[in-house]
Design a protein. Structure first.
Lengths: 312, 294
């Protein structure tokens, strides 16, 4: 950040030699444009143009290209499966986000006691699942959750219980999605929060212990407030990621039983492959997802930053 | 006197308490690591089981009958044109090319934002940063229209190009470039270096750590991608990406009867990512502290 103001007129070196000399200021202009060009072209073709197209098509008829107002959105809102998919994904995202944040935070607190080789190895081990794709994770967890002879069914039978079916009951089906998702994300979240814990100045804790603060007071009054930015970062990335979850539901339950694990992205993916469904309604659905993710993240940012201004 | 003894006892208690605390916490760490590793440890021998033993009740961890040919079966597998080995190699190629291009394009963009002034800089910065707020799903379907009209489908470019530019990576590199001393750049300018030369001779060689962190991240993104290849690689099944093939295996009747073959395929598919992690683990773990994101 220290060089951020290198071109500012407050920078004496800059001002001394080249007072408000735009010719000097922009002397590398064409090199800069040339270096930006590849990124600019790619981002325009593959992000900006599709976004503009999506904004138009959501209000157009697929075949006639006529503007049809909110028809596509109305079609979507008449689809019970699509509407309930938002409920499903909200529940699962809430559980995953809360569980990941809480587990990660407490495990990061524990890891703080081990700034030795033991801690290093633990950090490496918990990070391993982050390298495994959702598709592969579902296959791996299939060994545990398979109805016909997975590990859990095997244990249940040896205890004299019925085989465990993760695709029949709503709760278990959601568990079969939530647990692998937490498994993948736990390590990276822990390490980010750990980095945050390490950055809290030691003087805070020293001052607190002089004042006789106990463990829970230190946690609530020092650790958690100091970690606010890290929590926001993790909240936003967990919400954004999990609201778009699709691979694990597709692999584990395929959206069932009775669409209780259907997620919006999985619904749109199926809609896209099923050409009998109106494609522009699918695009409208994708815009709704963006809107929802955007507003959740906006609320997170707002609540956290307003708390900050109170403290200041 | 009594006060003194009390204090000494308390201090001793504190010391013993600390050791006990450390032992308990150590057990917690071991327990969590064991839970995290369990699915992988449980999976590993399953690739060597017979198709019957894998679902046998009670389950076994180590196979009673050791079958070694699941790996050779999967390597030679050709399922309606989907070839496992060929897609492993094509995925490796796509991911590697993507890493090189992505580093180059994003670093050049970050370099111009970090070290040069030009008209429209703020607007262009917003233009890039705004893409961070767009979830992939929102532009998925219209991106498909774009690649259809560019006739990119069923080529490796449809896999590589759309994910190259990442506003987050530009942002990350820009922050890193700010930390490179201005004096180095000025000295090079006095020596008559062009901007390109300054990038190649000064900024590029100094960026090895962020390049590893971002590079591994980009590689993982490409290696693990599923939706995009599934929708864009339809006829040219030779270059189908690895996760796509695993999904097809999992839904096919062929492998549906023999889960140990799918396990063997999965183990091969996660081998390269895990090897990358093993090689770069120090930089990656340290990088999380810098970047604050995965």
């Amino acid at each position: 950040m220290e060089n951020a103001d290198r071109f500012s007129l407050d920078n004496p070196l800059y001002r001394l030699d080249h007072k408000r000399d735009n010719r000097f200021r922009y002397r590398h202009q064409w090199s800069a444009y040339a270096m930006l060009l590849p990124a600019f072209i790619l981002v325009t073709i593959f992000v900006i143009i599709p976004l503009v197209m999506a904004l138009f098509r959501a209000f157009q008829d697929y075949n006639t290209k006529k503007f049809v107002g909110w028809t596509n959105f109305e079609y979507l809102f008449q689809s019970d499966v699509f509407l309930s998919s938002f409920g499903n994904v909200l529940i699962m995202t809430a559980i995953i986000t809360a569980a990941t944040l809480i587990f990660s935070f407490f495990f990061a607190l524990v890891l703080k006691y081990f700034d030795n080789k033991f801690g290093e190895i633990a950090k490496i081990i918990i990070y391993v699942p982050c390298f495994i794709a959702g598709i592969a994770t579902s296959i791996i967890f299939g060994l545990l959750t398979n109805y016909g002879g997975g590990l859990l069914t095997s244990i249940a039978i040896s205890l004299g219980l019925d085989p465990v079916s993760f695709t029949d009951s709503t709760t278990l089906a959601r568990m079969a999605i939530i647990i692998p998702t937490i498994w993948i994300g736990f390590g990276s979240n822990t390490l980010v929060l750990y980095a945050g814990l390490i950055n809290i100045p030691k003087e805070y804790y020293e001052a607190a212990s002089i004042d006789g603060a106990n463990w829970s007071q230190r946690l609530w009054d020092i650790t958690i407030p100091s970690m606010r930015n890290y929590f926001v970062l993790q909240l936003v990335s967990l919400i954004t990621g999990n609201m778009q979850m699709m691979e694990i539901p597709l692999m584990v339950t395929g959206g069932g039983p009775l669409n209780t694990t259907m997620t919006p992205v999985l619904f749109l993916y199926n809609s896209y492959r099923d050409t009998s469904r109106p494609q522009n309604a699918t695009i409208a659905g994708a815009l709704i997802i963006m809107l929802i993710i955007g507003s959740i993240n906006w609320i997170v940012f707002k609540t956290i930053s307003s708390r900050r201004s109170e403290d200041a | 006197m009594l006060d003194m003894t009390k204090k000494i006892i308390e201090r001793k208690k504190g010391k013993a308490g600390k050791i006990i605390k450390k032992i308990v916490l150590g057990f917690v760490v071991i327990l969590v690591c064991a839970i995290i590793l369990f699915p992988l440890v449980w999976m590993f021998p399953a690739a060597f089981k017979t198709k019957r033993e894998i679902w046998q009740i009670p389950n076994t961890w180590w196979p009673n009958v050791f079958v070694g040919d699941n790996f050779s079966k999967i390597m030679n597998l050709d399922l309606n044109g989907y070839n496992f080995l060929s897609s492993l190699l094509w995925t490796l190629l796509v991911s590697t090319v993507a890493v090189v291009l992505s580093l180059l394009v994003n670093m050049l963009a970050a370099f111009s934002f970090a070290t040069m002034e030009f008209r429209g800089k703020k607007a262009l910065w917003v233009y890039f940063i705004i893409t961070m707020c767009i979830p992939g799903i929102t532009i998925l379907l219209t991106s498909l229209r774009v690649v259809y009209s560019l006739h990119l489908t069923d080529t490796i470019w449809v896999l590589i190009l759309p994910g190259i530019v990442s506003a987050y990576n530009i942002f990350f590199f820009r922050q890193f470039f700010y930390s490179i001393p201005l004096s180095l750049e000025e000295a090079a300018t006095i020596d008559g270096c062009s901007r390109w030369k300054i990038f190649w001779k000064i900024f590029f060689p100094m960026s090895s750590t962020p390049m590893v962190i971002i590079g591994v991240g980009v590689f993982m993104g490409y290696w693990n991608s599923f939706i995009w290849p599934t929708l864009t690689i339809i006829n040219n099944t030779k270059i189908a990406q690895i996760m796509q093939v695993i999904r097809i295996l999992n839904t096919s009747t062929y492998a549906g009867q023999n889960y140990s073959i799918i396990i063997a395929a999965t183990e091969l598919a996660i081998l390269i990512p895990l090897a990358l992690f093993a090689i770069f683990q120090k930089k990656i773990i340290a990088g999380i502290a810098i970047s604050g994101l995965k």
